[in-house]
Every structure is written in structure tokens, then in C-alpha cells.
Design a protein around this ligand. Structure first.
Ligand SMILES: Cc1cc2nc3c(=O)[nH]c(=O)nc-3n(C[C@H](O)[C@H](O)[C@H](O)COP(=O)(O)OP(=O)(O)OC[C@H]3O[C@@H](n4cnc5c(N)ncnc54)[C@H](O)[C@@H]3O)c2cc1C
Length: 398
């Protein structure tokens, strides 16, 4: 059997681990990446890489080329798959054609950027890859003022990195509060105050319309006519799944549509990670990418395991700021859940409870509560059975 994996992100490497262990003898695993780095690097290390000039590319590499050799995986670096020939079951790269029996598309995503006029200007960056990080770090050696478009988890981590690199940093968020996917307005406002105390300027409810400059970015103009000058703009406004290889042949919505076996609309072709859409969801997160890739790889060999969706959680990685959210933390009225809450100047906790289970949670500022609540949430434990533990870490909870 010839197994081929397109992509060497967390989905790609999770898949090859399973393939190399479970594949029948005499089969091969071939993997492609269009990136130039010698191995696999973790994207969550990118903000730290931007922040710390002493951090090298090697520091970000979690698996080097020897690791692939040991797994007996033939990794082709800097070789972009240009096309899949769906009739002949082969992938065509910029160098050659390779046949496959089973294929995994794990092409991830690109940054999604709103249609901002002037985004072609120099020093307007998206933040997705180590290459982007190298460019940004280089620019920080000269720039003094930085603007981040998007106040989600990534935007705030990059804002923190920029501030620690001595940049006068401004975050511009379209929604009425920060972390619109993880927080409600009360939580968002507390977080805003904390970050402002650290020297980051934050505008919410503001839309960037244009970026202006001769050749390089000089300022952004918001829809309500405010001009903010800058030396660099970084956009962190979400992802656009990389689905082009499947266009015209596979069912595609936002991502490549997969069934519970992680199989696409074409037999023997699977998809996982940020490029895949399961039950209408493109997760854009690491744990679901790993779960999907492992199941997809297993099913490429033995079609017997179903994916049931993933529980989501996010953590903001900013020094001495502890913020995690679990599940879909929308307005409680929309979810119809009971709410237990606790709030003070720099702390905010909100548990969404239904049928004695934590369905979602926001924990800001109370570090010791995060592991306990995470376990009760992920393992779907009964809240009443764990009341003592909850009170231990959150004594002031209503
Ligand atoms: C800066 C940053 C920080 C993040 N931090 C977190 C975090 O803390 N927690 C969390 O859960 N998630 C985080 N995420 C999201 C997380 O990184 C993604 O969900 C995850 O990387 C998805 O993995 P993937 O393998 O599907 O895609 P990717 O990581 O995007 O990998 C896909 C790979 O395929 C390659 N590729 C694409 N097309 C081709 C082609 N045609 N030929 C060859 N190669 C190709 C791409 O170049 C890329 O290397 C972060 C993302 C970013 C950008």
C-alpha cells in the first residue's frame, strides 16, 4: 500500500505516527510539505519566537529529520503538491508525480484577512508560519509602532510579544469586546483593563478599513475615520482552510467536508486538521487536529473508527495572565444553561452548567482553578459530586 500525506503540520505528523505503526508490511508512507524547515515545528511557539530574538529555528523544531527516518517516513521538504489527479490516484508536485492508494489531505489553513484596502503594502503581515515570524522579528529591529488587527487569542499573544519587543502596540478588534470567541462582554472588559495596564492600547468595536502608505504601511484608517500611525501591521483575524487541491472534485463548504470516518466525498481520500470540516465545524485548533488525524490515519488502514467531534478549549499564553475557556462560551440565554459566576477587578469566572455537567467555562485570573475545571469539563464529571473540589479552587463562586 502507498500512503501519502499532504502537509507536515500537527495533523500531518499525528497521522504519520499512526500510519508508521499500523501500516501493513511492504507499505510506504510519503509526506509532503511546502515549507523549508527541517522537521516539524509547533505553531503555538510562534508568538514566543517573535518575542525572543535569542530563540532559534532549531528551538521551535519538535521533530527533526531523524525522527522521520526512524518512523520510516519519506518526508519531502519544500515540495508543494500542485494537483491531485483523482482519476489516476496520484499527486503531482512541482517536481514529480506520485501514485497513492490512500491519501490524507492535511493542508491546514492560511490567515483569513478582511478585504482591507492597502494590504499589499510592505510590512503588512499575516501570522501563520515561521517564515512570517522571521519577517516580523526582522521588522521589529527597526519599527517602533505596531498595530494588530484582531483581538482574539493569537492577536493578543502577538500584541504581548510586540510590547515585549519594545513596540508601542495597538490592538484593533471589530467586535464589542476582546476574545469574542472565548469571552463575554464582562470578561472581555476585565481583560482589556489588564492588558491596558501592561501598556497595550486597545480599541474594540472598531473596523479597519484602509491601510495607507507610499510603499510601506504608515497608518491604518478605521471605518469611523480615525487614523492611527504605525510601522507594521499584523493581521490575526482567523483562518481560511486550504482547500484548493480538492476544488472541483471534493465536496467543499468552508473546509473539505468529511464524514465520521474523516473520509472526503471521494473514496480513499481523507482530510484532517484545519483544512477539514466535520459536521459543519472547522475547529482551527490543535487538539481536534490531532484527534482527527489519528482517526483518519487509522481508517486509511482499517476503516472502523468514527470521529464524534471534539471538545474545544483555548488558553491565552501571556506571562502571568491566566485565561482559559472551555466549550462554547456564548451568552447563557442563547445556550439555555444555568450560570455560576464570580467577578472582581482582575478575576472572572463563569461556569455554564446543564444537567449537572459543566458545558462551558471561562476562567480568567484564577490559575489554580484551571486544571480542576478542565478535568470536570473534559471528562464530563458530575458537578454535584465535585462540589468540594470546586469550592476549594473557587471559594467565592456563587
Ligand atoms: C501563531 C499560531 C499560534 C497558535 N496557537 C495555538 C494554540 O496555542 N493552541 C491551539 O489549539 N491552536 C493554536 N493554533 C492553531 C493551530 O496551530 C492549528 O489548528 C494547527 O496548526 C492545524 O494543524 P494542521 O496540520 O491542520 O495545519 P497546519 O499547521 O497549517 O499545517 C499544514 C501544513 O501543510 C502545508 N501545505 C499546505 N498545502 C500544501 C501543499 N499543497 N503541498 C505541500 N504542503 C502543503 C503547509 O505549508 C503547512 O505546513 C495556532 C496557530 C497559529 C498560526
Amino acid at each position: 500500500m502507498k500512503y501519502v500525506v499532504i502537509g507536515n503540520g500537527v495533523a500531518g505528523v499525528s497521522a504519520i505516527q499512526v500510519l508508521s505503526k499500523e501500516k501493513p508490511s511492504n507499505s510506504t508512507v510519503l509526506q509532503f510539505t511546502d515549507e523549508p524547515f527541517p522537521g516539524f515545528y509547533n505553531r503555538p511557539k510562534i508568538p514566543a519566537f517573535i518575542e525572543k530574538n535569542e530563540m532559534t529555528i532549531e528551538d521551535t523544531i519538535a521533530y527533526n529529520l531523524d525522527w522521520y527516518k526512524k518512523l520510516d517516513v519519506d518526508l519531502h521538504i519544500q515540495e508543494k503538491v500542485e494537483k491531485i489527479n483523482f482519476e489516476m490516484n496520484e499527486v503531482l508536485s512541482n517536481k514529480a508525480a506520485y501514485p497513492f492508494d490512500r491519501l490524507l489531505i492535511a493542508t491546514g489553513g492560511d490567515c483569513w484577512c478582511p478585504p482591507i484596502e492597502g494590504r499589499h503594502l510592505k510590512h503588512f503581515y499575516s501570522v501563520r508560519s515561521l517564515n512570517d515570524a522571521l519577517e516580523i522579528r526582522k521588522r521589529f529591529k527597526i519599527s517602533k509602532k505596531a498595530i494588530i488587527i484582531g483581538g482574539g487569542v493569537l492577536g493578543l499573544e502577538i500584541a504581548n510579544a510586540a510590547t515585549n519587543q519594545g513596540q508601542n502596540t495597538t490592538v484593533i478588534e471589530f467586535f464589542p469586546h476582546l476574545l469574542p470567541r472565548q469571552l463575554d462582554e464582562e470578561g472581555g472588559n476585565i481583560l482589556k483593563r489588564i492588558l491596558e495596564k501592561r501598556g497595550i492600547t486597545i480599541h474594540v468595536n472598531k473596523e479597519v478599513q484602509r491601510v495607507i502608505g507610499e510603499e510601506e504601511v504608515q497608518a491604518v484608517i478605521t471605518k469611523d475615520g480615525v487614523e492611527i500611525s504605525t510601522d507594521i501591521v499584523m493581521v490575526c483575524t482567523g483562518i481560511k482552510p486550504r482547500v484548493d487541491l480538492g476544488r472541483d472534485f471534493l465536496e467543499i463548504n468552508r473546509g473539505i467536508i468529511v464524514n465520521d470516518y474523516l473520509e472526503t466525498s471521494q473514496e480513499d481520500i481523507f482530510a484532517a486538521g484545519d483544512c477539514a470540516e466535520h459536521n459543519g465545524i472547522v475547529y482551527g485548533l490543535i487538539p481536534p487536529s490531532i484527534q482527527q488525524a489519528r482517526i483518519a490515519a487509522h481508517n486509511m488502514i482499517n476503516m472502523d473508527t468514527r470521529y464524534k467531534g471534539s471538545k474545544i478549549s483555548s488558553t491565552l499564553k501571556v506571562t502571568d495572565l491566566f485565561l482559559s475557556s472551555f466549550g462554547y462560551t456564548g451568552k447563557e440565554s442563547e445556550l439555555g444553561y444555568g450560570v455560576r459566576k464570580y467577578i472582581n477587578e482582575e478575576e472572572y469566572v463563569k461556569l455554564f452548567i446543564h444537567n449537572d455537567k459543566i458545558k462551558a467555562a471561562i476562567i480568567l485570573g484564577v490559575k489554580k482553578a484551571i486544571p480542576t475545571i478542565k478535568t470536570i469539563f473534559t471528562e464530563e464529571k458530575s458537578v454535584s459530586d465535585h462540589e468540594t473540589k470546586i469550592k476549594e479552587v473557587l471559594p467565592e463562586l456563587s
